[in-house]
Design a binder for this molecule. Structure first.
Ligand SMILES: [Zn+2]
Length: 310
């Protein structure tokens, strides 16, 4: 196997972040130097910042703790795989918690000035002309979170060690923005802030070969498909007097669609049909098809490895 060629290296000090241009086929390694440090992460299409990483889609497809073998997706209507997690030596990352902010530290702790991920991200992104409003929901590397049965998100201390790392492979040209999480008064980074090493590599053919093929679908749209492709440049919202709504697929039509079942399929349907459906065989069929879809698309967490290091 050929060696990865190193392109650059950078150490992020506590209180800082770094906007890193990544060409398609390059890898960003985010690595613990001392261990125990959470890293917040934003990602934009380098050629169109309006396409950015979407934690919502990512957690729907890959769960709350995406790890090796999963993708980071962009927001609708783009919904493209932006990054692939090639390696993850610790196996705990989070797409549930928002970035910490100045408001969090003032409202919860009384610190009206405190280092925080939102302001660090904004300052790092400013190198590329972005504003504090452009910071988006954060992918939180090395952050140990869980959801309790009553629906609350919790976090625990982490036990990452020096050298633990996550390798993110760019599937398109991106601006990747990691920062040292500023939470020194929470469990996130074990109550202290430590530096983090960033290394950019050129992916080898072997690296690229392990990425599962992601089909391009017609529903993945770009600005050339938008009715309004122009980015709004002023702040106030004003009604367009010429606006006439053109919602897709409207008016919505509901019609019966006969489905022919074989005797075997009919017997199978009857065998799993619950009382709740009454005589409504179509309702039972819809539920069965949904279960199949759920298992096929939501249950298949893209081969993520068992979580280690808990
Ligand atoms: Zn933070």
């Amino acid at each position: 196997m050929s060696e990865r060629r190193k392109i650059s290296e950078y150490v992020m000090q506590p209180g800082t972040g770094k906007a890193v241009e990544l060409s398609r086929g390059q890898i960003l390694r985010v690595e613990q130097i001392e261990g125990g440090q959470c890293v917040d992460f934003n990602c934009f299409n380098l050629h169109d910042y309006k396409e950015f990483m979407h934690c919502g889609r990512t957690r729907t497809v890959h769960g709350f703790n995406p790890s090796r073998g999963t993708f980071m997706w962009s927001a609708p209507p783009r919904e493209r795989a932006m990054l692939y997690i090639l390696e993850d030596t610790y196996g705990r990352n989070d797409v549930l918690f928002p970035r910490c902010s100045a408001y969090v530290y003032e409202s919860a702790y009384g610190f009206d000035v405190h280092t925080n991920c939102h302001d660090i991200q904004a300052e790092a992104q400013r190198e590329f002309g972005l504003t504090p409003d452009d910071v988006h929901d954060s992918f939180n590397l090395f952050m140990c979170t869980e959801v309790t049965l009553d629906g609350h998100a919790t976090m625990t201390r982490q036990n990452t060690e020096p050298g633990d790392h996550v390798d993110l492979l760019a599937l398109m040209d991106v601006l990747a923005v990691p920062n040292v999480c500023g939470a020194d008064v929470m469990r996130t980074s074990n109550f202290s802030l430590k530096p983090i090493r960033l290394t950019v590599f050129e992916a080898t053919p072997a690296d690229l070969a392990v990425v599962p093929n992601v089909p391009v679908l017609k529903s993945q749209r770009t600005p050339k498909d938008f009715r309004n492709p122009v980015i709004k440049a002023d702040r106030a919202l004003q009604r367009d007097p010429a606006y006439a709504p053109e919602f897709p697929n409207v008016p919505i039509m509901v019609s019966d669609l006969p489905v022919a079942l074989s005797a075997e399929e009919l017997a199978l349907l009857r065998s799993v049909k619950l009382d709740i459906y009454g005589d409504d065989a179509a309702a039972a069929l819809r539920d069965i098809l949904f279960s199949w879809w759920e298992e096929r698309f939501l249950g298949a967490h893209a081969g993520a490895p068992a979580i280690e290091g808990r």
